[in-house]
Design a protein around this ligand. Sequence first.
Ligand SMILES: [Zn+2]
Length: 385
Amino acid sequence: MASLRPWALSALLGLLLSACASAGSVQDIQPGERPDLESDEAGLWMKMDRVEEELVSSGRVVEDPDLNAYLRQIVCRLTPDYCQDIRVYLVRTPGFNASMAPNGVMTVWTGLLLRCQNEAQLAYVLGHELAHYIERHSLKHWRDLRDTTTGLAFFRFATAITGLGLVGDLATIGALGGVMAYSRDYEREADQIGLALMQRAGYSGAEAPKIWDYLQREKEAAGSGSGFIFFATHPPSDERRDTLSGLARAQGGKGQVGREDFLRLTAGHKAAWLRDELQQRDYARLEVLTQHLQDSGFDPGEAHFARGEVHRLRDEEGDAAKAVAAYHAALKTKRAPAETYRSLGLVLWSMERPGVAQQAFRQYLARQPRADDRAMIEDYINQLN
Ligand SMILES: [Zn+2]
């Protein structure tokens, strides 16, 4: 677990020490509204403005203009009145997460787009985050904590949550509003408002509970130390899914699912995003994810390759043979990535099958003549002579 960046820690301390405003009742934020400069809310905004600057210069924001315009258009369709107040950042990070900071900064992780199957599911999650903004949940949560815990307890709580599973630059992203788990009440409220927003915008509400259903499966498979921050801040549960299903049914009517645009705009990125997930090496969770992708219309060549990688990297009893089978399945599709041959060569080599390993490495170089690792692969081929 990486330590917090010093500024993130001081941001938390700053919040802890900021002047006490009266808790009072907190109204929904109005379109275009900015907090009073003297208020604790303005303090929260200022901290988050700094975090936003860090994020922008982090090199992790995905720059694809079409995809960014698409995300922005969904936000504006969900909440036309707040369209100008929200800034959306797509952040290259594995794992399912989105967060909403009180100053209008919304972050969406690429791992979230990887797991959504269509625009309606994405719209539901964005609607949930927008509900946190409109309802001012960050401010309410901050005041709840300030009023109900001792300073030290709050500080310990805030640092514990912020440090949870955050590595490197994830501290920056995690500090953006989503760091502190909201109470169940705020979550329930955001679920319901998120659903109402998506349905009002014309999306099919029946897609919303499917997300929780999938996340529940991934959570069950996840190792206990998986550090999946979204599970900590948004515990998936049967109750959550069932409540949403009931509400979606009650509203009735069919809405838009939006599969084509969603798949078209994300298709070119998904293989890279899946490789980010592989690096997490939470194998049981990855098995659930690769199966989910295969069921969701993900390129079968890529899906089989990823499954092979899960087995190759896990490297337990029987994994080598399963990896080889998965790579062969990928190659049969004719659309497997060139790396399939490289990985196949590595596994066959470990199985002491030098002839076929060498052949696989040669095929890799034939498919990828300008590969960055060409010298290394040529060296492998020589060693196998
Ligand atoms: Zn939430």
